[in-house]
Design a protein around this ligand. Sequence first.
Ligand code: NAD
Length: 549
Amino acid sequence: MPWATSVASGYTLLRDPHHNKGLAFTEEERDGHYLRGLLPPAVLSQELQIKKFMNTLRQYQTPLQRYIAMMNLQETDERLFYKLLIDNVVELLPFVYTPTVGEACQKYGSIFGRPQGLYVSLKDKGKVLEVLRNWPHRNIQVICVTDGERILGLGDLGCQGMGIPVGKLALYTALGGVDPSVCLPITIDVGTNNEKLLNDEFYIGLRQKRATGEEYDELIEEFMAAVKQFYGEKVLIQFEDFANHNAFDLLEKYSKSHLVFNDDIQGTASVVLAGLLAALKMVGGTLAEQTYLFLGAGEAGTGIAELIALEISKQTNAPIEECRKKVWLVDSKGLIVDSRKGSLQPFKKPWAHEHEPLKTLYDAVQSIKPTVLIGTSGVGRTFTKEIIEAMSSFNERPIIFSLSNPTSHSECTAEQAYTWSQGRSIFASGSPFAPVEYEGKTFVPGQSNNAYIFPGLGLGLVISGAVRVHEDMLLAASKALADQATQDNFEKGSIFPPFTSIRKISAHIAAAVAAKAYELGLATRLPPPSDLVKYAENCMYTPVYRNYR
Ligand code: NAD
């Protein structure tokens, strides 16, 4: 095998996470690769090592301990890490990603061990290309980058946001089958406005206030140019957890010249639209027949709103401006209405419809009488009993999505949504909730987790060699996900298919996205494969241990 020639031996091999197999090296491999004596005599299969690791993980008292153990495993035995994650995805996802990754980022300086990912800071201005050259792999196809300014719902965590791109790319691999050697997590450090971190002796980032304006733009520009120059046109750059005052501008600016995707805006929108399409299979009716009200008009809220309007426009042939009128948003100052237009941020302006000003969500619910209520405010417990009761008074099956993360920021709990609507609401949340018993029925709340969409979307872009992300690809991904939800899921109250089949789901999403890329002339990997689902499955990375000669 071609790679075998570059595999290290002996002590170095055991410390190379890409090739290490722990105790699974066979007797022949121990002889052939100078490992005799460096390992205890027992030979344990990958399965047995997974069993052992799961036993250990389950004994840890706190989620953060599990996170640290998982990250250590990723840095010592990559294939064991991914196989463990894939085989136990439902149990382990909350530790590798939200909610635990949020706590990990808050404490990143204190738990910092072996560095992961690539750091580009203001100190590297003029030298970003050199920084990229220091990364050990050249064939990068997916970059996830953050500037740490809005980590989950936790705010500015500066350089410690690195946990997010690391976690996201682990999911690209585990859930979407993108080879880990083509993934690169990056944190751009322009300082932080988080006083607590600036005063923390263990903080790992630049100890200064955030650079803004020209200084910020120049570093980002240099970074974007360097990435394209070094990795080419087809490298996917996923913007992650940028504050909304930069996120929209960056997406707008670079979507014309780069293959860029913002998961907070577009990925969220795609997964929520999938949830709505599936919910309507339970409730009946079309997207255009619903009235939507959002609490929170930031990246997630306006991103979802726009994709809903776009899909309604596609389905009805009505102009998008008309379709936007079915969607209302409430921000921290109340309902977004035309009289506020002068003071609204640009991304909120399309949603300023004609209406009298209203201060509270409750008043907006009473006045607009939405069929769908979506929480993207980052503020917990804002869907109160009276709001859910109001939703349930004029809807037989109110659709209620409480998307804010982490769990403590969720607008309501699953139990509240089911109890206060007397078991009638169709509920989904951003963070996971356990099943709820209500009057003898068990409801399994769906988790509107971006991880349903972005790994498959990324795989689809990679396997088709796409050069740009088009909004139709997001719609295709939504439909592919909605199609994976079965009657059996609906009967349990869940609008999303179980995560246990995520690799199959990702393959279908990848195929739908790739098909769109070919249809739109944005794919460069030609000719198109005849069976895209099968092709996507075949392209997926599988982390079984390799045999060394
Ligand atoms: P953001 O900062 O861009 O937007 C937050 C919005 O909420 C702003 O418009 C703000 O004005 C508004 N807001 C703040 N306090 C409010 C209040 N008391 N009442 C009404 N509105 C208020 O953040 P974002 O990226 O849009 O993320 C928002 C939340 O959504 C976060 O908690 C995030 O974790 C969650 N989220 C969930 C998913 C998912 O479930 N798949 C995906 C992305 C984001």
